[in-house]
Every structure is written in structure tokens, then in C-alpha cells.
Design a protein around this ligand. Structure first.
Ligand SMILES: C[S@@+](CC[C@H](N)C(=O)[O-])C[C@H]1O[C@@H](n2cnc3c(N)ncnc32)[C@H](O)[C@@H]1O
Length: 197
């Protein structure tokens, strides 16, 4: 996956990394910032998504599509597609541009809207990356976990940098007997949950 990233995709990734860094430094408003994952989290997600069992691959929170590009590498390797959800129209425009320029329109389906309005469309989830507003994490967790296939993975971002806000959800996940779960200190902290077989 990592040794043959297409040139157009690498170019998009590097541009998004530069823009995200500038956003954080120049006081761009929270609504306009890309707020994307760091590169190491992208690689971490791609490895897990490529290794996840058969089932839908979903992302909740697209922004401009940076994490989706990493997940698209996994989808190419597992011969499947990613469905990614974004509520903000201005981010949807950016993401469409990213996917066209990176040449991944055959691997990524972008849905404009709230994931929670679409959860019923998925009954067998192999991998889900949750990276939305922290207020919806618990609701997303509650609808995704019952839909995970045995061995299916849910990974949620910001488990360390937003630990205080997410603590009730993290505590619940760590004792949830339907999954084996762990917080991994990579990037902003990833809650990794694997549905028991
Ligand atoms: C932290 S950013 C995502 C960054 C992206 N995953 C990346 O690393 O490139 C969170 C995004 O989730 C979107 N969002 C928030 N709640 C959502 C929901 N319920 N369904 C879909 N998207 C949502 C926000 O509009 C925002 O663009």
C-alpha cells in the first residue's frame, strides 16, 4: 500500500498537510479548518482497514478527504470501496475536488449528510473510522458497534487530545463486552475496538 502511492494522490496528500498546518497556525476559524489526522494516523488506519474482515468500510467525518485518501489505499488493497460522510457543504466541495484530483472516484463514495441519518443502510460493517464532532461520538458508537461483523473494527480519533469530553464514551467502550478495546497513543489518540467473534 505505502510503496506505490500514485503521484497524484501523494501530491494531494502533501497539499492538504500543508493547508492543515497553515490553518492551525493562522487562526482560521474552527468551521473552516480542515482539522485532519496526522500522517502517522493515516498509515495506522490504512493498515487496520486493509486487515479488517469483509464488510462495509465507512468513515464518519470527511473534511477535505485527507484520511479518506489513506483509507482508499486500504480499499484498493482489499478490493472494496469506502463510503465517507460529511455534513458541511463547503467541506463536501473540497472533498470532491480532492477525490477527483487524487483519482480515487472509483474507490470512494462521498455522501453529503449526517451519518446518523444513514446508519440503517449498513448491516455488515467491516471497518469504521469515527472522526466527527465529539458530541455525536457516543451516538455513532452505539449505532456502529451492533453493525460490526465478527472481527470488525471501529477506530475513533481524538481519544487523547479530547479525552475529557470523550471520557464517558471511552469508559463505556473499554468495558463493553461486545468488543475488545484499547486506546493507542498515536496521533491524537485512537480508540481501537474489535468486535468479538
Ligand atoms: C475532524 S474533521 C474530519 C477530518 C478528516 N477525517 C481527516 O482526517 O481528513 C470532522 C468532520 O466531521 C464532520 N461531521 C461532524 N459531524 C458529522 C456527522 N454526524 N456526520 C458526518 N459528518 C460529520 C464535520 O463537518 C467535519 O468536517
Amino acid at each position: 500500500m505505502f510503496h506505490d502511492i500514485p503521484t497524484d494522490m501523494l501530491k494531494c496528500m502533501h497539499e492538504l498537510e500543508r493547508r492543515d498546518e497553515a490553518d492551525r497556525a493562522d487562526g482560521t476559524s474552527r468551521l473552516d479548518r480542515l482539522r485532519q489526522i496526522p500522517e502517522e494516523t493515516g498509515r495506522f488506519l490504512a493498515l487496520w482497514a486493509a486487515s479488517a474482515p469483509e464488510g462495509a468500510v465507512i468513515e464518519i467525518g470527511t473534511s477535505a478527504g485527507y484520511s479518506a485518501l489513506w483509507l482508499s489505499l486500504a480499499c484498493r488493497a482489499r478490493e472494496s470501496t469506502l463510503t465517507t460522510f460529511e455534513v458541511l457543504p463547503q467541506k463536501v466541495v473540497l472533498a470532491r475536488e480532492t477525490f477527483a484530483r487524487a483519482g480515487v472516484n472509483d474507490l470512494v463514495r462521498l455522501v453529503e449528510g449526517d451519518f446518523l441519518d444513514h446508519a440503517d443502510e449498513f448491516d455488515r460493517v467491516g471497518f469504521c473510522f469515527l472522526d466527527a464532532e465529539k458530541e455525536v461520538y457516543e451516538a455513532c458508537y452505539n449505532v456502529v458497534v451492533p453493525r460490526l461483523v465478527p472481527g470488525g473494527m471501529l477506530i475513533a480519533d481524538n481519544a487523547i487530545n479530547h479525552r475529557k469530553t470523550l471520557q464517558p464514551m471511552l469508559d463505556a467502550a473499554l468495558v463493553d463486552e461486545r468488543v475488545d478495546a484499547l486506546v493507542v497513543p498515536i496521533g491524537k489518540g485512537e480508540l481501537v475496538c474489535r468486535r468479538k467473534t
